[in-house]
Design a protein around this ligand. Structure first.
Ligand code: SF4
Length: 690
């Protein structure tokens, strides 16, 4: 057996699924994945993993992996060589650029790909192709959290680390389901709650696992988080429970902010949110009594027409109570994809260069122009939502997208797919022939994380290296190599031989990454940005200063909003949606992993016992849900996790005809254009009773 063991290779990697950022060793023999073995040295998870991290890797050997470039011929795709595919991209994208200008092309980056890959993709779009039309899927999820934190404290990231979450006296979870979406992080909360008496308050439409365990669980009316957050803040100030010294020393705008809170009385909040006065007072009291509060939130807050304002209200509440700049406290938007934080950090956004330096700032552009030897476009580009509208109004003619299932993940998929059909030219780069790839003219085969090197940044802003366990399958290539090949066809003359060289360039340009260096990230080492040139990192933000020129935070007054939609006679049920523990997003990877699919083969619709009785439904019934934008057919699960006229559909599906985004609209948060996926009403027709 010694001989057999000697052929086993152990490689440190970082999980490809959620933003918690677990790392572990993967044991391989040839292309076979033998096991995932977590190690005590792993900074986030030590010896824990969840079902996805442990069993979700078969997809790398799936027969459905793309192994050759594909070129569209009429309705079919034919295999091509890399040269043929690259020549065609150069010819067609070049022709669109010549005819309609640089801004007639849109670029969609990937939260599944590395920091280095996102960095060179934005460099390609900006420096080589001359456009800021670049975005990533954070637009669909956490952009409102980023925007809300940029208004109040200045950095769109978690205030501290998972260690701070574990150490807080009070955890408030709003519109997030960590036990399924961020399982290992949830384990830390469960442990602190059980062993240390950490208090847990959960506010959600749906009683998920943490809701079951919480000391206090409250169900507000849909879309009213902004109101209860503001009313609780007002009550805290009215009681004199705010942190006066902290506000005086470190926060601007207190007086105007207090004035803006006038409408948010407890009476008003009771009327709008459906919470009781006692519940609102209880929340305020719990925050007042806790020595350190962390607020965790995700899509249940952000995916609303007032997602940015509600995230801002969270920032305001934490500022008023002095819960920033100290351990075991602060704001924690929970990042979805393993590298959605990194994709944003490394500049795949229309208004931001890497490290959140503004595209519109002349000095910043001058720095990059000098380094890259080009002239850069001055105005922010289109975001992914505006790109789709741009296709309809004739401004956008071509797109280049990698590692993003946009046709299922953007809201109102029928609308998005109609747009893709209108493109003159569409390049899709992925590990699978995705739904989106069906609309492509050229499909490029990419390699997943196990087949390349790079870094990912988790929800804590922690940068970690992953190493290569396997060779790229067939003719597939790491995304950074592909992007370099495409760029060089357009005359870039790049010669990156390893992702570490790309990171070194990013570190030399973006001050927040100044000390990020592959040598400092060897094996289990990690760095939490901002990282000073000497390698000092920043697990806890705002210790001395907030991230504004004067170093002071800003309380941000908010206007009152009602939810954008109310139920009506036809569309009488509110439809919420979210993730499942076992699957990830559209399931392109997890449904290809047998270890997972045999446990959970498909999605379902949760219906409350009250509604099931009213409509004569049982678990297993087949229903059709319709919105003004489309319909889906799904099986029912009757459960008291939801109540009344609330429905909940798991978003992870293998079948595009059952995807939640057949139903969602193109309405969005007014600041960030994040679709309001959670603000939706539908009607339900019964097709089979059980
Ligand atoms: Fe991967 Fe997230 Fe599970 Fe950790 S918690 S193993 S990062 S999916």
């Amino acid at each position: 057996s010694a001989m057999r063991d000697s052929r086993i290779k152990r490689t440190k990697t970082v999980c490809t699924y959620c933003g918690v950022g677990c790392s572990f060793e993967v044991w391989t023999k040839g292309r076979k994945i033998l096991k995932i073995e977590p190690q005590q040295e792993a900074p986030v998870n030590q010896i824990s993993t969840c079902v996805k991290g442990k069993f979700g890797w078969d997809f790398v050997n799936s027969e459905e992996r793309l192994t050759k470039p594909l070129i569209r011929r009429g309705d079919k795709f034919v295999e091509a060589t890399w040269d043929e595919a690259l020549d065609l991209i150069h010819e067609k994208l070049g022709a669109v650029k010549d005819k309609y200008g640089a801004d007639s092309i849109g670029y969609i980056a990937s939260s599944k790909c590395s920091n280095e890959e996102n960095y060179i993709f934005q460099k390609f779009a900006r420096a080589i192709m001359g456009s800021n039309n670049i975005d990533n899927c954070s637009r669909y999820c956490q952009s409102p959290a980023t925007a809300g934190l940029m208004r109040t404290v200045g950095i769109g990231g978690d205030a501290g680390t998972i260690q701070d979450i574990a150490g807080a006296e009070l955890i408030i979870v709003v519109g997030a389901n960590p036990a399924e979406s961020h399982p290992v992080l949830a384990t830390r909360i469960k442990r602190s709650h059980k062993l240390r008496g950490q208090k847990l308050l959960v506010v959600d439409l749906r009683k998920h696992e943490l809701g079951e365990r919480a000391d206090v669980f409250i169900r507000p009316n849909p879309g009213t988080d902004l109101i209860w957050l503001s009313a609780v803040t007002k009550y805290i100030i009215d009681q004199g429970w705010h942190d006066e010294k902290f506000i005086l020393d470190r926060v601007n705008g207190f007086e105007q902010y207090v004035a803006s809170l006038a409408p948010y009385t407890l009476e008003f909040a009771v009327e709008k949110t459906g919470m009781t006065r006692e519940q609102l007072v209880q929340i305020a009291t719990m925050i007042h009594e806790a020595d350190g509060t962390c607020i965790l939130w995700a899509m249940g807050v952000t995916q609303h027409s007032m997602g940015t304002d509600t995230s801002t209200a969270i920032g305001n509440l934490l500022l008023v109570t002095g819960n920033f700049g100290r351990p075991n406290a602060g704001a924690y938007p929970l990042r979805g994809h393993n590298n959605v934080q990194g994709a944003c950090d490394f500049g795949t956004m229309p208004a931001w260069m890497p490290g959140y330096e503004a595209v519109e700032d002349d000095k910043i552009r001058a720095k990059y122009e000098k380094a890259w030897g080009v002239k850069l476009p001055e105005k922010p580009g289109l975001n992914n939502h505006q790109m789709i509208e741009g296709i309809f109004n004739g401004k956008l003619k071509a797109m280049y997208l990698f590692g993003e299932e946009m046709s299922l993940v953007d809201s109102n998929s029928n609308h998005v797919e109609n747009a893709f059909e209108k493109l003159d030219f569409f390049v899709v780069q992925d590990i699978f022939f995705s739904r989106t790839a069906q609309y492509a003219d050229v499909v490029l085969p990419a390699a997943p994380s196990l087949e390349k090197e790079g870094t990912f940044t988790n929800t804590e802003r922690r940068i970690q290296r992953f190493y290569k366990a396997l060779n790229p399958l067939g003719d597939s290539k790491p995304d950074w190599e592909i992007i370099q090949l495409v760029a060089n066809r357009f005359g870039a003359n790049w010669k990156y031989e390893h992702p570490s060289e790309i990171m070194a360039e990013a570190a030399s340009l973006a001050p927040v990454f100044a000390g990020v260096d592959y040598e400092r990230l060897v094996d289990w080492n990690s760095l939490v940005w901002p990282v000073a040139a000497d390698g000092t990192d920043t697990p806890l933000l705002y210790k001395e200063k907030f991230a504004f020129a004067d170093g002071r935070a800003r309380l941000y007054p908010l206007d009152l909003h009602d939810p954008m939609f109310q139920p009506n006679e036809e569309y009488d049920l509110h439809l919420n949606n979210g993730r499942l523990l076992e699957h990830f997003h559209e399931g392109n990877m997890t449904y290809q992993s047998k270890g997972i699919t045999h446990k959970v083969p498909r999605e379902w619709l949760e219906v409350s016992p009250e509604l099931a009785e009213e409509r004569g439904l049982e678990s297993g019934a087949l229903v059709r849900l319709s919105s003004p934008y489309g319909h889906v057919k799904v099986r029912v699960q009757v459960t008291d996790t939801v109540r009344g006229k609330e429905l909940y559909l798991t978003m992870n599906t293998r079948d595009p005809e059952r995807a939640i985004n057949r139903l969602t609209s193109s309405y969005h948060d007014k600041i960030t254009h994040t679709p309001n996926y959670k603000e939706m009403h539908v009607k339900m027709e019964i097709l089979e009773k059980n």
